[in-house]
Design a protein around this ligand. Structure first.
Ligand SMILES: [Zn+2]
Length: 157
């Protein structure tokens, strides 16, 4: 048995810390790909995990913008897939994006552990939503930036 330790990115207490945290995420992803009912929360889940692990998943300005705006689109916009498509198109042109120097250190009370332990699809989807809400409020200082990036992408398309 591995010793329980803390994932320094999201605070989850799991065997092997950060590595164990990533394993849980990957296990949930496998489920996502094997069952179409998970599809509607797939993008949100990837964005939520990225916002809790920006050291790995938001290194470039481009990945930063993609996950931040993805979260904004899912939680604040009516037409999230249309917004995501516009942002994607904009990002494919490699625009210059300044990533903020300071990212949140507190990234929400809910972690992948909560989503991983869901017993069925319905619970999974509900938990992803709760998780995303909690991550998003931890990122409240960057909501305006998300909005700005989205309007930039719209202006350029
Ligand atoms: Zn983690």
């Amino acid at each position: 048995m591995f010793k329980e330790s803390v994932c320094e990115s999201c605070g989850a207490v799991v065997p092997e810390g950060k590595i164990g945290c990533r394993k849980l995420f990957e296990e949930v992803l496998v489920n996502d790909y094997s069952d179409y009912r998970y599809a509607k929360t797939h993008r949100l889940m990837v964005d939520a995990y990225s916002l809790q692990h920006p050291e790995e998943y938001m290194l470039s300005g481009k990945s930063f913008a993609a996950h931040l705006t993805g979260m904004y689109a899912a939680l604040e916009c009516e037409e999230s897939s249309a917004v995501n498509r516009t942002v994607q198109k904009w990002l494919s042109g490699n625009p210059h994006i300044d990533k903020p120097v300071e990212l949140p250190l507190e990234r929400g009370d809910i972690t992948i552990i909560y989503v991983h332990s869901a017993i069925d699809t319905e619970e999974h989807c509900r938990r992803v939503q709760q998780w995303a809400d909690s991550v998003w409020s931890a990122w409240s200082e960057h909501h305006d930036l998300a909005k700005l990036l989205i309007s930039e992408s719209t202006a350029k398309n």
